[in-house]
Design a protein around this ligand. Structure first.
Ligand SMILES: Cc1cc2nc3c(=O)[nH]c(=O)nc-3n(C[C@H](O)[C@H](O)[C@H](O)COP(=O)(O)O)c2cc1C
Length: 206
């Protein structure tokens, strides 16, 4: 399957074959692709918590306005992110030339250390990019997904052990075998409307 087919075939799927299992090997393959996503300074803020335990999943479903895909899909993934990912800069650049390390590591610390909004924005950006890679890759493995922010972040954090001081839940992604047809095709605003040149109110892409 080529990339365009995967992108077109992906949809947010809410009904799943409840008896279908996604193996650890398949999950591993998916996450190997997801973590190839880019992140600012390669800080890799993302963390993924794969929910398999039915009791845990029922609790997460209850904290997600009862959205059934949380328990019906083969797995539900809590995509979380580390806020102080800049603390990992020395490790990220450990194999870089010494001159690069000496320049970048303190610079990254200074860039993020006191800017709470930026830390949060970066965490959400990085984890979202990785989630998108995972969702498109899932299509190529015959699997369906649904990204979700319809949940109570405090409750979900408590259930899966996220300390809000250090990690935030970014989204849930359900993953499994699609059951039935998607009720309707979701359309998009035309490219001619959402892409402009040089300014928001510039001319549309030719
Ligand atoms: C950040 C985000 C949060 C979403 N939250 C939910 C959700 O809580 N429940 C749900 O059923 N769908 C959720 N969706 C799916 C969107 O409704 C869906 O992506 C959109 O309607 C476009 O449909 P498509 O993905 O099938 O093309 C979410 C999507 C995104 C990107």
């Amino acid at each position: 399957m080529d990339y365009a087919d995967a992108v077109h075939q992906r949809g947010s799927i809410k009904t799943y074959e409840p008896d279908h299992n996604v193996s650890d090997a398949d999950l591993h393959a998916l996450f190997e692709l997801a973590v190839r996503a880019p992140s600012s300074y390669n800080l890799q803020h993302w963390r993924f918590i794969v929910l398999r335990d039915p009791t845990v999943r029922q609790r997460v479903e209850d904290a997600s306005w009862g959205q059934k895909q949380v328990t019906e899909a083969s797995v539900c993934i809590v995509v979380a992110a580390k806020l102080d990912a800049h603390d990992d800069a020395a490790r990220v650049y450990a194999s870089a030339p010494p001159a690069v390390q000496e320049k970048l590591v303190p610079m990254i610390g200074g860039f993020y250390a006191t800017n709470e909004q930026l830390k949060r924005d970066e965490a959400i950006r990085s984890a979202s990019l990785a989630s998108m890679v995972l969702m498109n890759a899932a299509v190529t493995m015959g699997l369906a997904t649904c990204p979700m922010i319809g949940f109570d972040p405090k409750k979900v954090s408590d259930i899966v052990g996220l300390d809000e001081e250090t990690h935030i839940p970014v989204m849930l992604v359900t993953l499994g075998k699609q059951r039935g047809e998607k009720p309707y095709r979701t359309e998009r605003f035309p490219v001619s409307e959402v892409v402009t040149i040089d300014r928001l109110d510039g001319p549309a892409l030719g």
